[in-house]
Design a binder for this molecule. Sequence first.
Ligand code: 3EB
Length: 337
Amino acid sequence: MTAVRPDPTVRPYSVSYVDESVAKIDEQTLACVRFGRNLPPIDDPRSITIELEQLDAAPQAQLWRSETPVQHGIDDNINYAINGEVLFGSIRLEESDLLHIDNASFRTYVRLDRLMQKLGYPCWQRVWIYMADITQGDGDAERYRQFSLGRHRALSLKPGFELNLPAATAIGTHGSGLNIYFIAGKSPGIQVENPRQVSAFSYPREYGPRSPSFSRATLRRWAEGAHLYVSGTASIVGHASQHLDDPAMQLNEVANNIRALVQNALDHHYAGQDASECTPLGLKLYLRDRHYLPALRSQIPQLFGAATPILCMEGDICRRDLLLEVEGIYAMPGTAQ
Ligand code: 3EB
């Protein structure tokens, strides 16, 4: 088989990091995601602001740009942009909406689902969740576990839902409230799991009353080329956290996990292609403590590629013993089966 080089221009949208000072919203913008505390608001439903501090000198924004003009609006307090291929949506809940987090997350997922159906993009593909104080509360009362409970209740309304879960990230902020943004499509993505890890939706009871409803990755095929949305990936093997108190070893384990996940996508959905055909378009590294970063710097290009754009941020991982997490988007070859 002839290898087909990934070419971002054949996909219906591109994603990139740009200097925040030059990030402009125009008629082809699906979303402009900014990360930082106390950023001035931008009055456009495609502007998304997440209260996580970036750790590099020049702050970056993540720009999602459509190849074709975008329609956008606000419906049921949900911001959205559509281009005929994807829906990019976002919603914010304040702390006053989070008195019962399980009910709030249940109702929010139901509302988002309803808008997805109404606009004609019924398939969840990728979800980002940023919640203040995510590990606050003990045992099953922890905010993250309560969130997972409501999410499970909503997503499990669909029979067979565990074979059709979106990739996800869930990170804690030091701000307030809950931000969710997401990508939905007209047809289902392909769920990809990691052979090194127990699927999150099958985690045992010790991690909460309901397991977290997300897939390790979603493969999104286009007419030519594909995207692989890689979920927040931590230093977990099987279902157990590894290398407690060692950020360098955790980062190395994360790289092992992402490598295995990408290879699994290739093994199952491509024939005879190797990982060199997969290009990371952008990664995010979340660190529980910014002071880990200097010691990790030299490891990052070796583990994730010298040319790979990576945004480093301070944020809480949703298991207290995890120090860091990496997520990202890969351009995949065009010959997916
Ligand atoms: C893990 O692998 C780490 O609840 O949506 C990573 C990505 C994690 C997404 C979520 C949780 C979520 O279990 C935590």
